[in-house]
Design a protein around this ligand. Structure first.
Ligand SMILES: Cc1cc2nc3c(=O)[nH]c(=O)nc-3n(C[C@H](O)[C@H](O)[C@H](O)COP(=O)(O)O)c2cc1C
Length: 239
């Protein structure tokens, strides 16, 4: 059981934690992909420190099963945890956009041109940093797509807990967050460009943005106010 930090009452501790959970909300910072630009030095430096702290604390998510030994514990990142974080700061994000634009121009009417027209390029342009969080499937017997085995369900659950940790840590540090399925960021070729093994699957593309970044528009999550209340999602089982 965790104790409140020194000088904090249990009630203040609870209030702070609950506040962060409730205040976390989807915010997409949208900007024309052609306007992608480095952050001012100070903003980038502060964000770098904040993201490092968030990754540190996010890694304390629960996990039940270790990642598959041969497939995932032999590479550059050797942890037993069934998730990995890949961080792209603004220069890497703008470079990624440039690469997507080149592909789209070279191949009109392709997955690349469609990706270029999709919202994800605007979010990449608007955000401060991106944390691609993968989950680490057990290999399928036939070498195909991951199967929803009990192990894999638990790997996904653990990676999702790590994503939520990441977003709450970011929220507490005053960052705006957005968990996206990722669109073109799921593409195997994009994984290759970024050095992410194809054996991993995207659990979430987590966009982290300091407030006051230049934006063409801000957008919330469409389901936020439609979730109902505790009586709609919880039931007390009688003896
Ligand atoms: C696994 C997952 C994937 C998501 N993918 C997307 C997405 O691709 N596009 C999007 O607009 N929102 C996406 N969201 C964010 C949801 O739209 C958002 O959480 C929901 O509307 C509730 O709003 P809130 O986050 O402000 O509470 C995703 C959320 C989760 C958990």
């Amino acid at each position: 059981m965790s104790q409140p930090p020194l000088n904090q009452t249990r009630a203040d501790f609870v209030a702070a934690v609950d506040h962060v959970i409730r205040e976390r909300k989807t915010l997409k910072v949208l900007r024309d992909p052609g306007d992608c630009a480095d952050l001012p030095f100070e903003v980038a430096a502060q964000l770098h420190v904040a993201v490092r702290e968030c990754l540190d604390v996010a890694g304390w998510a629960p996990f039940h099963k270790p990642a598959h030994k041969e497939t995932h514990q032999q590479g550059e990142l050797k942890s037993v945890v069934p998730w990995r974080f890949y961080v792209l700061e603004k220069p890497a994000l703008c470079a990624l956009l440039q690469r997507l634009r080149t592909q789209a121009q070279a191949q009109p009417d392709s997955k690349w041109s469609r990706a270029w027209e999709s919202k994800i390029t605007r979010v990449i342009s608007g955000t401060g940093a991106l944390v691609l969080t993968t989950w680490l499937p057990d290999p399928s017997p036939d070498g195909g797509a991951p199967v929803l085995t009990e192990n894999n369900q638990e790997h996904i659950a653990a990676a999702s807990a790590a994503v939520q940790n990441l977003m709450l840590a970011a929220e507490a540090r005053g960052l705006q967050t957005y968990w996206s399925s990722g669109g073109v960021l799921n593409d195997a070729e994009v994984f290759d460009w970024l050095g992410i093994p194809r054996t991993q699957k995207l659990a979430g593309a987590v966009f982290l943005a300091p407030t006051d970044l230049p934006a063409d528009a801000l957008e919330g999550g469409s389901w936020r106010e439609k979730r109902g209340g505790p009586a709609d999602w919880s039931k007390w089982i009688e003896a």
